[in-house]
Design a protein around this ligand. Structure first.
Ligand code: NDP
Length: 459
């Protein structure tokens, strides 16, 4: 294949990736978007394999084969609820590969005496972005998996240490450009690995969604840096698409959660070492009700809002909720779904599950559109959500949730919260809403309770 055909295939692949991203901006077009990106990726792999720079296929196919077996195995077994951890660990692979490509390229070019200043800066940047992404994503994986506490881990002087390490990395990268030495490249990598840990450890539970999308962005920039190193235009363009779309998503999420974008990317700047709010304070009483009570109240309402949260994903209650939605619709009751931007454990988590159960998009409202409607709502049914409805985010300055906009469920006439126990949500804090006079808990697994409510509705 000549160079023009390569360039054309790479261009088509890039355009397909852009269509892919565009498609993913709405649940309605997400399938088409995915399909377009898959074709783009198939073209990209085909063109790369046909490239004259590829002299032997053995190691490439070994890598593809091993990756295929592991990837297909994981994809089949993975639970929807564990998807965010999977995404985080996949980001770490991109980071690690950027580091390995940088070090490998350094060694091969050094052996051929082909190192130059521009290449050395690319290698330094590729290695540092890759290493920060690698360790940052591992910590994000641990926090999402629950193996590392979701509380912010902060210590005195942490931000100054981060600043010092950041400056040192860039100074060493500049130095590397004029005094090539593999030890300097390794030192940059080690400092970046440490910085990745330090940047993500202080991020509290409520801010994890932004960090996951920020690491997604970093992984894109790492891939782009690798593209420069390898002289591969498609990798440069694809990495830039992932990097910029991830950064835009993080920015939008920061705005939605009332967080400072700069604070989050600089490692939870301003995060305080908070206590365990769930454990503190006097023991308070909550009211509880049965699924029959909920059914009775729902039947006698004219306006109902359902708020799904992470617990809906855990119990896979979306199909039971669809039945409930249809049964209430049949009774001419106005039912809507309210989606918080960080409900669940990944952006769009609730939208995906509701779409899977064929709940029409027209009945699904975003936070800013529905918040004005709670005051006129008869019953709010919360299905496995917690942090996203916690009024402490508005009233308690000591809460790690403080400042995050919430779904204003507390304004409704009656709120029912389905959950299994008094355990807190992801942020690890008690929910002030549970003690409100208009709030009643319905203890049990979300799917089971929803099915019982449907069964208790008068036909
Ligand atoms: P939360 O984690 O705050 O609460 C989930 C609730 O679901 C818990 O109270 C839990 O209580 C209940 N639950 C769990 N399993 C079940 C079940 N089988 N049946 C019934 N209830 C169940 O979830 P939210 O969606 O309200 O908030 C999301 C949180 O996750 C936010 O803090 C957000 O910042 C964070 N996060 C979001 C990400 C994203 O991108 N969306 C990524 C990472 C973190 P119990 O155990 O008592 O049943």
């Amino acid at each position: 294949m000549n160079d023009n055909i390569f360039a054309l295939i790479y261009l088509i692949a890039t355009i397909l990736f852009i269509f892919g991203l565009k498609g993913l901006s709405s649940p309605k077009s997400a399938l088409k978007g995915n399909f377009s990106a898959m074709i783009g990726m198939a073209l990209a792999i085909f063109a790369t394999l046909a490239s004259p720079e590829v002299h032997s296929y053995f190691w490439i196919f070994m890598g593809i084969g091993i990756g295929l077996v592991i990837g297909v195995g994981v994809a089949i077994k993975i639970q929807m609820t564990a998807m965010p951890q999977l995404v985080a660990i996949l980001h770490s692979f991109v980071g690690l590969s950027a580091v390995l490509v940088s070090i490998g390229t350094y060694l091969s070019h050094e052996a051929r005496g082909e190192l130059n200043s521009v290449l050395l800066v690319e290698l330094g940047l590729g290695s540092l972005i890759g290493a920060v992404t690698f360790t940052g994503s591992i910590i994000a994986f641990g926090k999402l998996q629950g193996t590392i506490t979701s509380n912010p881990l902060v210590f005195k002087g942490q931000h100054y240490l981060n600043l010092l390490l950041g400056l040192l990395m860039f100074v060493l990268t500049g130095y590397l450009a004029f005094a090539p030495n593999v030890v300097i490249l390794l030192a940059i990598t080690l400092i970046a690995l440490l910085l990745g840990f330090l940047l993500v450890l202080p991020i509290g539970g409520a801010d994890m969604p932004v960090v996951v999308s920020m690491l997604n962005s970093y992984s894109g920039w790492a891939a782009s840096a690798t593209g420069f190193t390898l002289g591969n235009n498609l990798l440069i363009a694809t990495g830039a698409l992932v990097g910029s779309s991830g950064a835009i998503l993080s920015f939008i999420m920061c705005q939605a959660m009332n967080r400072s974008f700069i604070s989050v990317i600089l490692g939870g700047f301003g995060a305080e070492a908070g206590g365990d709010a769930a454990a503190s304070g006097p023991v308070k009483n909550v009211k509880s009700a049965s699924s029959e009570d909920v059914a009775y109240m729902l039947e006698n309402s004219s306006k109902v809002v359902i708020i799904p949260g992470y617990g809906m994903a855990v119990s896979q209650a979306q199909h039971a909720i669809k039945e409930l939605f249809e049964a209430l619709n049949h009774k001419k009751i106005d039912v809507k779904f309210a989606i918080h931007p960080v409900a669940g454990r990944m952006p769009g988590h609730m939208n995906v599950l509701l779409a899977e159960a064929d709940i029409p998009y027209d009945f699904v409202a975003e936070m800013e559109d529905i918040n004005g409607e709670f005051a006129s709502t008869d019953v709010v049914l919360v299905v496995g959500a917690n942090d996203i409805i916690n009024p402490a985010a508005k009233t308690d300055k000591s809460s790690p949730l403080y400042g995050m906009p919430i779904l204003d469920a507390y304004k409704a006439k009656q709120i029912f919260v389905i959950k299994r126990s008094m355990k807190p949500g992801y942020a690890g804090v008690d929910n002030a809403l549970f003690y409100y006079d208009n709030c009643t808990l319905v203890f049990g697994d979300a799917k089971g309770v929803c099915e019982k409510i449907v069964g208790s509705l008068e036909s």
